[in-house]
Design a protein around this ligand. Sequence first.
Ligand code: COA
Length: 538
Amino acid sequence: MDVLETRIDTRSAEYQANRAAMLALVADLRAELERAHTDRSPKAQARHKEQGKLTVEERLEALLDPDAPFLEVAPLAAKDMYDGRVHGAGSLAGIGRVSGREVLVLANDARIKGGTIYPLGVKKTLRCQAIALENRLPMLNLVDSGGAFLPLQSELFPDLDDGGRVFYNQAQLSKLGVPQITCVMGLCTAGAAYMPAMSDHAIHVAGTGAIFLGGPPLVRAATGEEVTAEELGGARLHCAESGVSDYYAEDDAHALAIARDLVALLPPVERARIPTRPPAPPLYPADEIYGLVPRALSTPYDVRELLARLLDGSQFHEFKRDYGPTLVCGWGYLHGMQVGLLGNNGVLFSESSLKAAQFIQLCDRDGVPLVFLQNINGYIIGREYERGGITKDGHKMVNAVATAGVPKLTVIVGASFGAGNYGMCGRAYSPRFLWMWPNARIGVMGPDQAASVLVSVKNEQQAREGLPPMTPEEVAAIQEPIQEAARREGSAYHSTANLWDDGILDPARTRDVLALGLSAALNAPLRSAPWGYGVFRM
Ligand code: COA
């Protein structure tokens, strides 16, 4: 394999300016993550402690194997939404190791509005279940939640992708043999009672854990019966009398120890086999990525410079180097695991699309996972390219991306616009994981393009109606709101708040995070579908 050689001059003013700009973005990201993990009201913290509960972080520490990596999922979900303090959409989730086994953990944070579930909390739960399903990861739920956040109940209850779907998915996971273990560490009221009930194993903490379809206030109102939460749905009742729960735990630490034991008892996983070789670090330091990425997304740079800082030994076997050069395709290794990589070096032309479709088929047939490094403004436009069938060729790429059955992982490292998002395996193309860099931007098109399309549509309308073209003031009145919205809604933070991705990454962590995602993916059979494609339009 060729060793990628860098052309980056780390002493240049350009490199230094890029580095400073990216470091500022990374510092903001760290501050946001810190705030999401620590910003809790003193009242809620005190109430939590008073009940003798461990915090979410302490629960995870007790549950997970020490010194094993933890890959958090969607830590900034719901950022700046609701009252601005529903951090992580009210839960902490991620992939870690328990008793040596990779698992997915989802834990409500009762210090955020009693752990109640907001609409984006439902979305995060569904995303976690999708990760568990696609990667066949045992799922551990640490439930401590007031159930639906009632003021927004209409937004999270009955639809296909609302709260009810969580329990539907639990049944499907169980049927497909994905183990589910639930620790009842707080209330499981009404629908939430089904979280432990639908699991394979339910561990119930005495004193704080309670499961009931209607809580004490509802029972009082409906029947006049006076009962405490413990009497109505506590651990003793459910472990000894109703049989709703399987294991009685004295406290949080005991429950988590039982959960560890249960994971240790699971049948061993047959990991998918992909080509491997002994891991080796890249030849260049990861933090040089900060300086090689231009400050403006419109400034091109060679994605091979990024590959040189991601791949083992900076080695890359490039496919069709001179054909369709705006897309770089080839093979390399990440922490010893072979992958096929696709990275943008400009807009997508017919040739680059055809190359991608061919490369994806090769990797898919040979059982090599795919990694997409997305930095794309879209497919080329204009009469010449339409005549050349760019849509037809783009379709082949999109078709291949959609139907490839090997694990796909995507990192949006810059622009993610238009159909380029689809061709480069955006969220709708079901990559097993998708992350964004903090400088990344996403949308149908950029702010200026969107504004100019709307202005020209309006001017054509005026002309049809025999009216003069718009004045500069009228143009500005159309342009400014759409530009503002596209700017705001195109940011990585808006994306991650809405769970369009699995988190924003410090670019220097990309190699390690990709390897963790890949390792998680290998818990499932290699292909999610048999090898084969739809009809390619020729
Ligand atoms: N919807 C909206 N807000 C809720 C809520 C719900 N279901 N449950 C609790 N909250 C809010 C409280 O109003 C309070 O808000 P504040 O901090 O702004 O005052 C916050 O969450 C914490 O609640 P609090 O009761 O003070 O804390 P706690 O630790 O003593 O008890 C619960 C937490 C969840 C056990 C308790 O609030 C409760 O029983 N909630 C209702 C549960 C229920 O019946 N849910 C049915 C929904 S399907």
